[in-house]
Design a protein around this ligand. Structure first.
Ligand code: UDX
Length: 437
């Protein structure tokens, strides 16, 4: 099939390459010339495991092209909208300007029978508005909603082998025709038996924000338990293991620590609350305010803990922060708990040096005032405190005895409960973590 993918960020670039991998003829369209130039040269514009190989492989087939000109989307049967929906400045609501601009640019190129597929995470009701705008210009084109659930770091795997496909369809024959088109797009993964949920537009839009709200709630739940553990001397990692054995609860997404960040969970729960307010259903989501607060409190607690282990003040202290990305296997620093803690400690007078295997460039752009070092060893040299903020494998595997020879003081804060406390203590370190003694 001929496919256009509009927006080539973390979602769209991966989606475009994966659609080409499935055998389709794909053009990715983005307004960012630099991104398009890189993708055209089969170079990933951001860090995502497996994407460079996939780009190289699919570029060689001639089935994957990129352009800054929306006219390139003309002639494609399926148009995926994959642009970002960030948080509005100073408000909880989502900023839909990129979605609106993408549709405005696409409208003149739509042809009868085209299917426009929304993938971006949007406030419920957006799809209906977009469908109305399409109907005015090209009544024989159909809008469907097909939310994307990919995780950064596993984006290729999640796109090619998702847990489920959700199709939000309009009523009537147009919806059924669009369903057949999507089935053809996803024929290969569907043949693997991946579950398919076919529903209406409103439900499909809600599924995505409901899923992210649930995940955020699960993380904040365990972080609330961490606060209780801190107050009682209990151990949140053991508590999570114990409750996680209950299949109804499950151990995944119960890792206590610095909490969630990134370009999705924080802004999605806020946009969901804002939309619920507009719909007169704000009470239904008031618990998400608490989920957000618990999450942000962990960052504050981490800075307090730093002060505590440094004897009451971090002013003038050399602190190494391991990790800048919002999670491992990503170079994304959007709303990164690691950088938020690093910046707070710097504002409070510490000499902070940050390192990250992949996210240094993005981190320096976001926080030019912070100091950066190329490696964990370089960051730790002379440090009076080491803070593990993002649990990259290389940081999990740091050798306590070796690192101990580099620092000025053997003090470590494990912001992700990713280290073995016994091993660090045995090597003479003061080890502290969130939610455990
Ligand atoms: C998330 C959803 O998982 C994905 O389905 C959706 O499409 C986009 O948003 P992503 O933002 O890539 O994906 O990251 P995810 O792996 O969900 O992690 C989110 C944050 O939660 C990270 O900061 C991570 O460190 C944190 N986290 C995750 C925890 O603090 N504890 C956990 O147990 C799990």
């Amino acid at each position: 099939m001929r496919i256009s993918v509009i927006g080539c960020g973390y979602l769209g670039a991966v989606h475009a390459a994966c659609m080409a991998q499935l055998g389709h003829d794909v053009v990715g369209v983005d307004v960012d010339e630099k991104k398009v130039a890189l993708l055209t040269a089969a170079t990933a514009p951001f860090f995502e495991p497996g994407l460079p190989e996939l780009l190289a492989e699919t570029a060689a087939t001639g089935r994957l092209a990129f352009s800054t000109d929306m006219a390139a989307a003309r002639g494609a049967t399926v148009h995926f909208i994959c642009v970002g929906t960030p948080q509005k400045r100073g408000e909880n609501a989502a900023d839909l300007r990129f979605v609106d601009a993408a549709l405005d640019a696409l409208l003149p190129h739509l042809q009868p029978g085209d299917v426009v597929v929304g993938k971006s995470t949007v406030p419920v009701g957006t799809a209906e508005d977009l469908a109305a705008r399409i109907a005015e210009v090209e009544p024989a084109a159909t809008l469907v909603w097909n939310p994307e659930f990919l995780r950064e770091g596993f984006a290729v795997q999640d796109t090619l082998h998702p847990d489920r496909f959700v199709y939000g369809l309009p009523e009537g024959p147009d919806g059924q025709r669009a369903r057949a088109v999507l089935d053809e797009v996803y024929a290969i993964p569907l043949a693997e038996g991946i579950p398919q949920v076919v529903t209406d537009l409103a439900t499909a839009q809600l599924v995505k924000v409901a899923a992210n709200s649930f995940l955020a709630t699960k993380i904040s739940f365990i972080n609330a338990m961490a606060e209780l553990c801190e107050a009682t001397g209990a151990d949140v990692t053991e508590l999570a293991d114990a409750i996680g054995h209950d299949a109804r609860i499950g151990r995944r997404f119960l890792n206590a620590g610095l909490g969630f960040g990134g370009g999705c969970l924080p802004k999605d729960i806020r946009a969901f609350m804002a939309r619920a307010g507009e719909l007169g259903a704000d009470q239904a989501l008031s618990f998400l305010r608490e989920v957000d607060s618990i999450n942000l409190r962990r960052r504050v607690r981490m800075v307090d803990l730093a002060r505590e282990v440094c004897g009451g003040s971090i002013v003038g202290r050399r602190i190494a922060v391991l990790g800048a990305a919002f999670k491992p296997n990503s170079d994304d620093v959007r709303d990164s708990p690691a950088l938020s803690v690093a910046a707070q400690m710097r504002l409070q007078g510490a000499h902070v040096v940050v390192t990250d295997p992949e996210a240094m460039e993005n981190a320096e752009r976001a926080w030019p005032d912070l100091r950066f070092a190329e490696s964990a060893e370089a960051a730790a040299a002379g440090a009076e405190l080491v803070v593990l903020a993002t649990e990259w494998t290389q940081y999990r595997e740091l050798e306590p005895a070796h690192l101990g020879t580099l620092v000025a003081e053997r003090r470590i804060l494990d912001g992700r409960n990713a280290l073995d406390p016994a091993a660090w203590r045995a090597a003479g370190w003061t080890y502290r973590a969130l939610g455990r003694q």
